[in-house]
Write a protein that binds this ligand. Structure first.
Ligand code: SF4
Length: 178
């Protein structure tokens, strides 16, 4: 779905595009950028900034809907969802939060996630995730000189507040990655 949107943007003549995706989405774009077949002529027309999201699994829309509905929750009443520390957290529009065991969603997990080895979207210009950082902060890794420039520019201009990960925090990211 994300690739479809990207290709549509490029075909419409947008030549400077920020693409946000999970590690496997970022890998797909990287392969398309490098491939000497097919899409290369399109990618030569556009600069694509790749923004990756740390990812350990995704679940089908129908699966999430079915599990939540079995607990009497309809998607219309959901404000936000996230997986965190092995749990699936759902925040409802009235502010209440419900936490589920990830195992409940097992049968709806994408099959490719069982083979995936890339937690931190290593082929991104910048990647973002909660692993390694305290609650309320985001771990950001820069994967290219361009990503580094953009990140430091945002810090220098006061758009974001940043500090380096401590050794322990970085170790946590590396352990999860392993
Ligand atoms: S865990 Fe699954 S959805 Fe996430 S990057 Fe890997 S294959 Fe893609």
């Amino acid at each position: 779905m994300t690739l479809e949107a990207l290709m549509s943007a490029i075909k419409q003549g947008m030549n400077s595009v920020a693409f946000v995706g999970t590690s496997c989405n970022i890998d797909a774009v990287t392969k398309m950028q490098k491939s000497s077949y097919g899409f290369l002529h399109l990618f030569m027309r556009a600069k694509v900034l790749k923004l990756g999201l740390f990812c350990m699994d995704t679940f089908s829309y129908e699966g999430i809907k079915a599990v939540l509905e079995s607990y009497g929750i309809t998607l219309e009443n959901v404000d936000a969802m996230k997986t965190r520390k092995g749990k699936f957290e759902v925040t409802l529009k009235d502010g209440k939060q419900q936490i589920f065991d990830l195992n409940e969603f097992d049968e709806y997990r994408s099959s490719s996630c069982r083979f995936c080895t890339d937690l931190t979207a290593e082929n991104s210009d910048l990647s973002f995730g909660e692993v390694g950082s305290p609650r309320g902060w985001t771990t950001v890794l820069t994967g290219s000189a361009l990503g580094d420039e953009i990140f430091n520019g945002a810090v220098d201009n006061g758009y974001i507040e940043a500090r380096h990960l401590t050794d322990d925090e970085l170790e946590r990211v590396l352990n999860w990655q392993k």
